[in-house]
Design a protein around this ligand. Sequence first.
Ligand code: MFK
Ligand code: FAD
Length: 510
Amino acid sequence: TGDFSQVPPSLTNPYTTDPLLDRALSRLLPKKYYHDVSKDLKSFGDRIVSEIDQLGRQAELEPPKLEQQDAWGNRIDRLIVSPAWYKLKEIAAEEGLISIGYDPTLDPKYRRIHQLSKLYLFGPSSGLVSCPLAMTDGAAKTIKELKLDEKYDELKYAYDRLVSRNGKEAWTSGQWMTEKKGGSDVGGGCDTYAKDMGNGKYLLNGYKWFSSAIDADVCLTLARIIDKNGNVILGSKGLSLFYLPIRNSETKKLNGIQMVTLKDKLGTRQLPTAELLLDGVEAIKVSDEGRGIPSIANMLNVTRIHNAIASVSYMRRIISLARDYSTKRVAFGRKLNEWPLHMATLSKLEVECRAGLLFILEAGRLLGLQESGEATPTEILNLRLMTPILKLYTGKKAVPLISEGIECFGGQGYIENTGIPSILRDAQVTPIWEGTTNVLSLDVLRVFASNKNVLGAFEKHINEMLTNTTNDESLRNCAEKVKSALKFLIVSLSKLSEGNNASLMQIDRG
Ligand code: MFK
Ligand code: FAD
């Protein structure tokens, strides 16, 4: 008679109901630190359920629009974004989602673990504000690593805002690398040119093909400097890194930028991603000439960790909802969680997701060591090596896992106003942006090719992890098998990267 209605899955505090995070943190953090972090994550988890998740949903339902002209034909490029998006940005600042990673009052060895855990809780409810946060973190890291805050007042001012906890004052940053000719091959594809104005400023002209979170305040981008004879250096060695404010601080007008169009995307619809014409953008050169790519790599290596967080947090969300649903939905006379086959399906997803979370926390641990100055050269190498692997592995796993998770809801998983389909749509970007799987695989080879010690460092790391993990005999046997497989991988990679002079493309062909 149609009078049955299914009890929907409900979102519970993502920290207190996470099956692994709390235990992992109690192992990774000293007791007092763990206590504070745990308290913060618990209250943030409550806020996600009571406030943040609805805002994320609102941002999805009110996608951004671009008004290019006013009624009189004046070019205005007015971006209209959901109020929920701005509120989420404010909450992100207040909650310290960037600042925790840089807060001088916190122990630099552990604060990244805290920050990354918080971002992991935030991800699926964030209305894609996770994207500008990733780039903001990347910009702050670049400023710190290159000591730009010590060299330029403007960058010091920007840094303080990027890491601010004041929701009304905090800034976000963009990351404009991709052009029509190349998003992977940035060196080959970059057609943005920089002219020295002689006053410490450059004027940039070019076209940026994908520019996400275009409501940002500042940006890091790449361009080719035109020398006094009008020549440029081609390839990645011709690129330098530039910092720019997106609007003039007084007039609030766009800084020589035209928003040509907003992209119509499969997912990430909450996120304003624009094509931009750079038509005389005032910018500051912040790297040595020709060192643009290695300089922006500081940003890339951080945004790639954020990407992994996004991938695994989407996995976590779909599994948590599916587990809850399995306690509510009845089929063939039993609740779904009483059917062993359904539980076996969920268990497989759990294993993958938990492995992803541990991998992220390991990256956070190594990043904390690097930033506290306590990392050994081996740990620094391992962080460099693991970052692309973490990003490519979690991104690649997320899409099929979430697809399986959607199937756990049957037909309801396919219905838009459950909010479930957007998880799959949004996750589909994680293997693509911030470097596709193949491009990151080549980055792994780049690391092997550039440093002979990386092989030993990796093996040492694996050995230490296995030694510290367990005394259980069967698990140890299993771990030994994993180790043999990794050894095989290391030896194969070592053979591939033997000729250090070979270009990556040659390695690839090999
Ligand atoms: C929700 C969370 C997620 C947030 C997402 C935020 C939204 C933003 C979305 C974006 O997608 S932003 C754009 C992201 N774009 C990419 O990820 C570009 C993909 N392409 C690559 O990663 C290429 O490998 C790269 C362009 C970086 C380099 O290609 P090349 O031209 O073949 O570089 P080459 O000549 O091998 O290296 C140049 C230098 O950079 C070398 O240093 P040296 O000159 O000192 O030898 C490299 O070692 C160095 N390098 C390259 N990648 C590095 C690196 N150094 C450190 N870390 C790396 N990852
Ligand atoms: P291509 O480089 O054309 O790649 C096509 C295929 O070729 C891929 O499968 C790739 O793996 C493969 N391939 C390429 N080179 C090799 C190789 N050497 N060996 C083997 N396989 C290879 N970029 C920004 O700079 N800023 C942003 O804010 C931003 N936001 C984005 C938002 C969204 C929603 C999306 C989808 C993209 C965004 N991007 C952004 C762009 C993104 O980083 C690029 O699309 C991505 O890096 C891939 O570049 P491409 O599109 O040029 O693909």
